[in-house]
Design a protein around this ligand. Structure first.
Ligand SMILES: C[S@@+](CC[C@H](N)C(=O)[O-])C[C@H]1O[C@@H](n2cnc3c(N)ncnc32)[C@H](O)[C@@H]1O
Length: 251
């Protein structure tokens, strides 16, 4: 079923609360939704309200023609409602698709990610870079030749905001991506890349959101591999919860 009903604004009494609640992600909604979000994402409670209002159940089908990072699709999947999404931005579409894949064995993902992290650390150390979060990165990153740092090809560099990522974090990220590719396991590949995208946007890059996207002060360095692993670790326990609750199928 395509939602044909007109969506009317909530009554005044509810508006205050929902404005206060805003788009903030509630603790209990972090599973899947937090794996990648952007400012335009619907808040999950709004989707749940409409699922209830339209009395949708397992016999319903939902089409979200502008599905963004997939809030509607994820909520539908949790309730066992079939849902289909369309999205024109390929990265956002990738995020949505990955957020709907809950059939992951967490221990195996963690083992694979740790192996990739160790291999990446070894390559970075050979290059003269360490990845120890406890140490001042400024002090540890002294023994490399700046001209050997990896860069984005010119056609790709044009696509990102100027100065949105510093040279050392970019080098670390490209080495991690290369190692992921060399050790690719299709069971985990999308989740591992989505975790890197999330870490890049929120922690590794110089981007800031207020709520418009902008470029903040340049970071000299960032512990890319640790941030990526943290991001994966935070989602591990969620797979078990989601796959036992999620009944529907979304795409
Ligand atoms: C407000 S967001 C969608 C939020 C989403 N429905 C949710 O559940 O969180 C709107 C999305 O529409 C996408 N979009 C804009 N024009 C589009 C088009 N012509 N076809 C498909 N997607 C489009 C944008 O890239 C953006 O990600």
């Amino acid at each position: 079923m395509i939602l044909e009903q007109t969506i009317s604004p909530p009554p005044k009494s509810e508006r205050k609360v929902s404005r206060r609640e805003d788009n903030k992600l509630q603790r209990h909604d972090r599973a899947a939704h937090q794996w990648y979000r952007f400012v335009l994402s619907f808040p999950p409670h709004l989707v749940r309200d409409y699922i209830k209002k339209f009395e949708l159940d397992e016999s319903s089908s939902v089409l979200d023609p502008f599905c963004g990072t997939g809030t509607t699709l994820v909520e539908c999947q949790k309730f066992g409602i079939k849902a289909v999404g369309l999205e024109s931005n390929p990265v956002v579409c990738f995020a949505s698709r990955t957020k709907l894949n809950w059939q992951i064995e967490p221990d195996e993902l963690w083992e694979h990610a740790q192996r990739v992290a160790a291999l990446t650390d070894a390559k970075l150390e050979d290059f003269g870079l360490e990845n120890n979060r406890e140490l001042m990165l400024l002090e540890t990153a002294q023994n490399f030749r700046p001209r050997d740092l990896l860069k984005l090809p010119a056609d790709l560099a044009k696509l990102i905001l100027k100065n949105s990522i510093s040279r050392l974090p970019l080098h670390r990220t490209l080495v991690l991506l290369e190692t992921l590719e060399e050790n690719r396991d299709d069971r985990f590949y999308d989740h591992e890349r989505l975790a890197l995208i999330t870490a890049l946007v929120n922690e590794i890059s110089n981007l800031h959101f207020g709520p418009e996207v902008g470029v903040g002060p340049a970071k000299f360095d960032a512990p890319v591999v640790s941030l990526w692993l943290d991001n994966i670790r935070r989602r591990l326990e969620k797979f078990a919860i989601l796959s036992s609750n999620g009944k529907g199928s979304s795409s």
